[in-house]
Design a protein around this ligand. Structure first.
Ligand SMILES: Cc1cc2nc3c(=O)[nH]c(=O)nc-3n(C[C@H](O)[C@H](O)[C@H](O)COP(=O)(O)OP(=O)(O)OC[C@H]3O[C@@H](n4cnc5c(N)ncnc54)[C@H](O)[C@@H]3O)c2cc1C
Length: 464
């Protein structure tokens, strides 16, 4: 089976790496066979979900991209769990669980991301202040190792620890057993403009400490001229008319709600709140512009708050773009080994999802430079990069990113991926693709050409 020509591009449209081939396994065994064959032939394999990372994470220079979108079955739904294949989108999973009155505890704002892609990255959403990241809701995994073996693993297993938040460096997530919780019937959402960034972050801390509000996010509303209003975005899950109103909580906490906008939404409509805006961006073409974005997790310290405040103060409308968005909100520390998070029980997610002009390589390069500067400052404050963004990464950057987990990852790779089939495309500086991939530390403009996408039966031919 062939796929479309998407594999040398991603949602960032900044980096373009041309794979030798794209394989589209239709079963876990086909995925395992593909990886076993790659190990024998000294090939690199890069798992790919929806390709919504923005820095080439799901691309390969000369290796094989394993497009997992055919592995999308929701296999079994129980009273408190679901077994789902990794290529399924969260929207597809919800279509299956909501009729049972069940939902994963943490969902990303955009649901058209793959289960495997967000579990390999971390998975952040508005309920993460209570439940941690999506990786915290994983009960068990079926992974395919770099040897092409299918292994069932769970909490306490090294492969489980290294697959979640591990960006496919040690194993490909093939199937996940995820915790489910009762889904609320409706949601009351409140958008509250705040005086400034410190006021937003203080309100978020107070709401999280209070513990009654289910969903806590925050974003910046631009006035188009470089002025930004921070907006507290909170919601409570409701099942009846007398359920908690977030406005009551804010009132009790002394947080002014003068200009607040409230909305009652069905839970599904609330989760799909991005759909209309995305459809409009698709219609106008804005969805396809370059998105040289940066995602950070910052410690909850005075220094980090100053960093966010100063960064926002310096942001121009062009830094974000007409359809870009800036998020600031608290998340609870993950109990999992990965992804790397800052020290402390909670952190602030600070992300600039940028929309850059088309065909303006200089503007895109300047925004990537900004990302690099922001990363440097964030790391200096004890922050970490959430690896969905557009950032050049050298082998040393990866070692620093994984920190004290790096030796464990190397050990797991030595045991389960001795031919270094997985992960090399990130530019880790190890594995057969190293020479070709290391140059990917430098982003280069995307160019669309004649990359061949072929079925798994043919992929060796495509590389020649
Ligand atoms: C519009 C938009 C909104 C977003 N909102 C959120 C949000 O609310 N919360 C959030 O956390 N993130 C968000 N993101 C970022 C997103 O989570 C990450 O980019 C995520 O990795 C995307 O999933 P994907 O299926 O597109 O993964 P891909 O981009 O295909 O892959 C990402 C990485 O995971 C690896 N990978 C993919 N599948 C597997 C697998 N099965 N096993 C092992 N490794 C695998 C890839 O090799 C790559 O390194 C958003 C991105 C966009 C564009």
């Amino acid at each position: 089976m062939t796929t479309d020509g998407f594999a040398h591009d991603d949602f960032g449209h900044v980096i373009s790496r041309r794979p030798a081939a794209v394989a589209t396994p239709g079963s876990i065994q086909e995925l395992a066979d593909l990886i076993a064959r790659a190990a024998r032939e000294g090939r690199v394999v890069v798992p790919r979900g929806e390709g919504h990372s923005t820095g080439g994470q799901a691309q390969s220079d000369g290796g094989v991209v394993a497009d997992l979108r055919r592995l999308d079955a929701v296999v079994e739904i129980g009273p408190d769990r679901v077994l789902v294949e990794a290529g399924a989108r969260w929207s597809h999973l919800l279509d299956a669980t909501l009729p049972h009155g069940l939902t994963p505890p943490v969902l990303t704002n955009f649901l058209e991301l793959s289960v495997g892609g967000t579990l390999a990255t971390g998975g952040i959403g508005g309920t993460a202040h209570r439940h941690g990241l999506q990786v915290d809701g994983v009960l068990a995994l079926d992974v395919v190792t770099g040897r092409g073996e299918v292994v069932r693993c769970g909490p306490g297993d090294r492969l489980f620890d290294d697959a979640l938040g591990g960006l496919g460096t040690c194993a490909v997530i093939a199937r996940a057993e995820l915790a489910l919780v009762p889904a609320p019937g409706t949601v009351r959402r409140l958008l509250v403009p705040c005086a400034d960034v410190p006021a937003l972050m203080a309100a978020q801390r107070a709401v999280v400490a209070d513990g009654r509000v289910d969903y806590v996010e925050g974003f910046l509303q631009g006035d188009g001229g470089g002025g930004w209003t921070p907006v507290l975005d909170v919601a409570t899950h409701r099942s009846g008319p007398r359920d908690l109103d977030p406005g009551t909580v804010l009132h009790e906490l002394g947080i002014g709600t003068g200009d607040a906008v409230a909305a009652d939404l069905g839970y599904r409509d609330f989760l799909r709140r991005m759909d209309a805006g995305v459809a409009e961006q698709v219609r106008t073409g804005a969805w396809g512009v370059p998105h040289p974005s940066i995602y950070l997790l910052l410690p909850d310290t005075a220094g980090a708050e100053r960093f966010v405040t100063d960064t926002v103060r310096g942001l121009t409308a062009g830094d974000v773009g007409p359809t870009g968005i800036v998020f600031v909100y608290p998340v609870r520390r993950t109990a999992r080994a990965l992804p790397p998070v800052p020290a402390g029980p909670s952190a602030f997610f600070f992300a600039i999802l940028r929309a850059a002009p088309r065909d303006d390589d200089a503007a895109v390069a300047a925004l990537v430079e900004d990302n690099v500067a922001l990363r440097r400052a964030a790391l200096g404050l004890g922050g970490v990069v959430y690896q969905a963004g557009t950032l050049p990464m050298t082998p040393q950057d990866w070692r620093d990113h994984f920190g004290d987990r790096w030796p464990d990852l190397l050990e797991t790779r030595a045991r389960h991926d001795p031919a270094a089939v997985l992960g090399s495309s990130l530019g880790l500086g190890i594995g057969p693709g190293t020479a070709a991939e290391e140059k990917n530390g430098t982003p280069r403009p995307v160019h669309h050409g004649n990359g061949q996408d072929v079925g798994e039966g043919e992929w060796t031919r495509a590389g020649t």
